[in-house]
Ligand binder design. Structure first.
Ligand SMILES: [Mg+2]
Length: 206
């Protein structure tokens, strides 16, 4: 069998399935935990995402990481038990396969949650690769998950990302692949644009 030359990478939550996971609540609880343990979370206007808070802890208070990550794990497992399938998600995956694309998931969820929900909705048969945070060195918006995709298909000449969240768009951009926004909230992308402009000017890049 020849290796596929095109790969379509999907986010999971709010793209293929919908769970009541409240990422803001997760982030707030993580931030409160870090502060309560005496570690520093710098003040800023834009809210800190869970991935960024994990990055701060890894950098400055690595001994808190295991306990910190119990917060998203608890929220995710409860939310995925309540998840529903996004309309036509299975058909969309099957259609991409029919078009000759390899299909992958790139999710910040962990392996247990991803396997649970993919099994429950019988999506696994339509997927060639599932990249969870267990395989990444850093969460989206960091592009490390794309490294795992590229390792699987080193000859792929076309990789595209589909996701609902600004972190998906930022991760795709950081990884140098096109991004297709599925639903999502325009105001979140405005926040992303401001944040990217700020980080680019802070690094002195153009
Ligand atoms: Mg999502």
């Amino acid at each position: 069998m020849s290796a596929p030359e095109s790969v379509c990478v999907f986010d999971l939550d709010h793209t293929l399935v919908n769970s009541p996971l409240d990422l803001r609540a997760v982030g707030r609880e993580m931030e409160a935990f870090i502060r309560a343990r005496g570690a520093t979370v710098p003040e800023r206007e834009l809210r800190w995402s869970g991935a960024e808070l994990l990055g701060l802890v890894r950098q400055d208070a690595a001994h808190l990481e295991d306990e910190l990550m119990q917060i998203p794990r608890r929220h995710e497992r409860a939310a995925m038990a309540e998840a529903i399938l996004e309309p036509f998600a299975r058909e969309a995956l099957a259609a991409m396969k029919q078009l000759g694309y390899a299909t992958a998931i790139w999710t910040n969820n962990d392996r247990v949650v991803a396997d649970f929900v993919l099994g429950r909705f019988e999506l696994g048969a339509h997927l060639d690769l599932v990249v969870t945070r267990d395989e990444m060195t850093a969460l989206k918006p960091h592009p490390d998950g794309l490294r795992v995709v590229r390792e699987r298909w080193p000859a792929a000449d076309r990789i595209v990302m589909v996701g609902d969240s600004w972190v998906d768009g930022a991760a795709a951009q950081a990884g140098g692949i096109p991004f297709i926004r599925y639903r999502g909230h325009p105001e979140a992308y405005s926040a992303l644009a401001s944040s990217l402009e700020a980080s680019v000017s802070a690094r002195g890049e153009c």
